[in-house]
Design a protein around this ligand. Structure first.
Ligand SMILES: [Zn+2]
Length: 147
């Protein structure tokens, strides 16, 4: 029960965070560039790129605006730069966001049902557990009836 409480808030936070990154990436991109590879989060997608030949110096770019359209689907690309041939795979962020959203919804629903069930098993009058008592039977604690 307590673990589920942590899980549901962690999932909710992940949903909000991923959603924010996804939407934010449509306006501004973030690039991390290594020796032969790099990651760009932009255009609503995460773009992994690598080249077969060692490339330029390592650098990080923040908040660079991209005019390119939003990426909705997985795409592969390749080309040639001054440093040599390169390849890239582009994965739209909604594909990562959607399962997290669905999982969050499921966990919140399970948690809600659990709470509701626990509440239904308690006497409305005094909160005493009615587990094992039939509907309509009076509460052994306060004598309240429950339909
Ligand atoms: Zn009672």
């Amino acid at each position: 029960m307590q673990n589920l409480g942590i899980t549901k808030w962690a999932l909710a936070a992940a949903t909000v965070l991923l959603g924010a990154v996804w939407i934010g990436s449509m306006f501004r991109g973030v690039t991390w560039r290594g020796q032969q590879n790099g990651v760009v989060i932009f255009r609503g997608a995460i773009d992994l790129f690598w080249s077969t030949v060692g490339a330029g110096k390592q650098q990080i770019w923040w908040m660079k605006a991209y005019p390119s359209p939003i990426q909705w689907w997985v795409s592969r690309d390749s080309g040639s730069a001054s440093t040599g041939p390169w390849e890239s795979v582009c994965i739209p962020l909604w594909m990562a966001w959607l399962p997290v959203l669905v999982a969050t919804g499921a966990v919140w629903r399970i948690d809600f049902m659990k709470r509701k069930r626990a509440k239904d098993l308690l006497c409305a009058g005094c909160g005493y557990s009615r587990a094992g008592l039939a509907n309509g039977q009076v509460c052994p604690e306060c004598g309240a009836t429950m339909s």
